[in-house]
Design a protein around this ligand. Structure first.
Ligand code: NAG
Ligand code: NAG
Length: 293
């Protein structure tokens, strides 16, 4: 009796300690520069990434995670951002990697940014959607979030869902849920495709192009590098942490309100959806047939 109580208490303790939620407004606690540290500028709580003719810049989380919610507050490049892409994504490693992408496609002064989202499963992407926004993302900071549970991947802008990628494994469709992912962001030159199909090139006389960040927030099951992959997967998907991280109603299904928001976004702000691009995909991708939008 005493032994089992001790066991339960110890188990609870370990569960709370290892299933680490980390949330911070301080960049250094969660992230580190992964590309061109000399193009990072810290001003109080704000981090600025600079793109110029010589280099872009990027950062990566210090840890990997399985399931949870990641939010960054981003203020995109002001003025002429044509040719530039600012990305915020989660990704695992290796040739069969999974990835959830936000890519913010710049534009000429006064023309709208577009948000491209994509999902890679087992190394294969080609699941692009593009949305316009209902605000100017270069004027203020806005919250961009990825929520990942065993049931779905949700992309949110200021808590409004703009895309849901549902787990359809029961229909035989793979879902990314077995590889820990890092959190990344970067800004780089992509003027071969990003703006108006690549017709508008980056005007380097307007460099540096600056994306600003603050409010770094990760609330997820942490997968320490010194713990074996199988052990991390077990820990982050076992009953305890699944209840804790992923099976909260808000994490696993859309509320009625969120469903309505998503319908509104798709009606008013969806510019492109790979699911309906029959020229590119003569056979509708399997997950599009079954996805409810
Ligand atoms: C972003 O999230 C923070 C923290 O929850 C909140 O204070 C802020 O108002 C949000 N910003 C927008 C534009 O919704
Ligand atoms: C840039 O602006 C043009 C003109 O308004 C628009 O057609 C295009 O979708 C915008 N975004 C990108 C990324 O090209």
């Amino acid at each position: 009796m005493a032994v089992s109580i001790m066991g339960a208490v110890f188990g609870l303790f370990v569960g709370l300690v290892v299933a680490g939620s980390v949330s911070s407004t301080k960049f250094e606690e969660l992230f580190q520069p992964s590309w061109a540290a000399d193009h990072h500028v810290h001003e109080g709580d704000v981090l600025k990434l600079k793109l110029d003719y010589y280099s872009g810049a990027g950062f990566a989380s210090k840890s990997k995670y399985m399931f949870g919610k990641v939010t960054l507050q981003i203020k995109l490049v002001e003025g002429d951002s044509a040719g530039t892409v600012t990305a915020f994504y989660m990704s695992s490693d290796g040739p069969k990697h999974n990835e959830f992408d936000f890519e913010f496609l710049g534009n000429t002064t006064g023309e709208p940014y577009l948000v491209q989202t994509n999902v890679y499963v087992n190394g294969v992407g080609n699941r692009e959607q593009r949305n316009s926004l209902w605000f100017d993302p270069t004027k203020d900071f806005h919250n961009y979030s990825i929520r990942w549970s065993p049931r779905q991947v949700l992309f949110l802008v200021d808590d409004t869902p703009i895309r849901v990628h549902t787990n359809l494994e029961r229909r035989g469709i793979s879902f990314p849920k077995d590889q820990p992912m890092g959190v990344y962001s970067s800004i780089w030159n992509a003027d071969d495709w990003a703006t108006q199909g690549g017709r508008v090139k980056t005007d380097w006389s307007h460099a540096p192009f600056i994306a600003s960040y603050r409010g770094f927030e990760i609330s997820a099951c942490e997968c320490p590098v010194n713990v074996a992959a199988a052990e991390n997967a077990r820990r982050c998907t076992d009953d305890g942490s699944r209840r804790y991280w992923s099976d909260e109603p808000t994490m696993s299904v859309l509320s009625v309100h969120q469903s309505h928001q998503l319908m509104w976004v798709r009606a008013k702000h969806l510019i492109y959806d790979y699911c309906t691009d029959t020229a590119r995909f003569p056979v509708t991708p399997a997950e599009c047939v079954h996805h409810r939008h």
